[in-house]
Design a protein around this ligand. Structure first.
Ligand code: FES
Ligand SMILES: [Fe+2]
Length: 375
């Protein structure tokens, strides 16, 4: 009965300003963080602004087709450079304050009304951040040191995200993007994703599609591919007559189309794949008690090329489930903020949530001086 006495994080971890400051430094400014699909910066000059725990970052595709990341901060007097969520420039990112221009590789190139040799342009490029792309998913790392590779990070997870590459994720394309603001700490949302004990009570539609979830299980012991079986010989979670999508290419050769596969990537990404689509969710903390969920709905190019392509049944289904989850998370947020909540407990079926908490605590224990020495 050992597992019955495992404790959750203390209540203060889910709402205090101090914890949020620690989360920023130890989790969000040090780990690889998923920000969005590479196709959102499809062409040279395209850029995307993402907010990683209050650091504004620009993801930019260069003339050489490389995807790079920079702090959204001008080297002149520190103005934000881009306010919009995304955009496209031909040659330069222009600061709106004194019109300094930066080439797509971050180099300072234009300084109106300033003598050419007055500023050492070599040392005034936009501040870069680490960027790596896996299967079309762009990750950013704000660490000041060289981080371990994204691949190593992906291999060091409770789940097996690398294994999902067999479904041909790199070739999938966005059919829809949704944004949901949740009044709950980011950890509450991730913890919720890591268990299905809540499924029978709050997700009637989901448990009808995945029988294992009806019993609160996130795995099936007799399956060895990490998937859970779908009900009634379905090849997708959503069983809607309006939906006639081709199987994802990877399923044709290496996957059971009658199953559903999921994987979390610490700290804030989750991936859900079925025969017709891959849903990718990035959780962006927006404060100690709130976060923003951005879900990209990915489909095969074959599906998107069909003039009758319509992702709405999948979007409607998933948004309903997400809404059910978000309401639960907001209710948890209100509960854990009580002075009575010193901590909760983990039964055995919460082992994945416990695993997430352990991983989080490991980040907190790491020596902070390593990050701060060149600050
Ligand atoms: S602050 Fe950007 S050009 Fe002056
Ligand atoms: Fe849920």
């Amino acid at each position: 009965m050992d597992s019955a006495i495992r404790k959750t994080l203390p209540g203060v971890s889910y709402h205090s300003d101090e914890t949020y400051d620690i989360d920023k430094e130890r989790v969000f400014y040090r780990n690889w963080v998923y920000v969005g699909r590479a196709e959102r910066v499809a062409k040279p000059g395209a850029w995307l602004r993402v907010e990683i725990a209050e650091e504004s970052i620009l993801i930019v595709r260069g003339k050489d087709d490389q995807v790079r990341g920079f702090y959204n901060v001008c080297r002149h007097r520190g103005s934000r450079i881009c306010d919009d969520a995304s955009g496209e420039v031909r040659t330069h990112l222009r600061c709106p304050y004194h019109a300094w221009g930066y080439a797509l590789d971050g180099t300072l190139a234009i300084t109106p009304m300033i003598e050419k040799d007055e500023i050492d342009r070599e040392s005034t490029s936009l501040w870069p951040v680490h960027v790596e792309v896996w299967e079309g998913f762009v990750f950013v790392n704000l660490s000041r040191e060289e981080p371990r590779s994204l691949r190593e990070h992906l291999a060091d997870q409770q789940d097996d995200p690398l294994g999902l590459a067999r479904f041909g994720l790199a070739d999938l394309r966005i059919g829809h993007i949704s944004v949901n603001d949740v009044q709950a700490n980011w950890k509450i949302v991730i913890e919720n994703y890591n268990e299905c004990l809540h499924c029978p009570t709050i997700h009637p539609e989901l448990v009808a599609a995945v029988p294992a979830y009806r019993k609160g299980n996130i795995f099936e012991n007799d399956r060895h591919d990490g998937g859970v079986s779908l009900a009634d010989g379905r090849t997708a979670i959503v069983d809607d007559p309006r939906l006639r999508l081709p199987l994802l290419p990877g399923f044709k050769k290496d996957g059971d189309p009658e199953a559903y596969y999921g994987a979390g990537v610490y700290p804030t990404m989750f991936l859900d794949v079925d025969g017709s689509s891959c849903l990718t969710t990035a959780v962006f903390p927006t404060g100690p008690r709130s976060c923003r969920l951005v879900t990209e709905y990915l489909f095969s190019s074959e599906a998107l090329a069909d003039p009758d392509f319509d992702p709405s049944p999948i979007v409607e289904f998933n948004e309903r489930v997400t809404h059910q989850d978000n309401e639960a998370c907001e209710r948890v947020q209100r509960g854990v903020t009580s002075r009575a909540f010193d901590h909760g407990v983990f039964p055995a079926k919460d082992s994945w949530v416990h695993g997430f908490d352990q991983r989080y605590l490991r980040d907190l224990e790491d020596d902070p001086s390593v990050e701060r020495q060149d600050a």
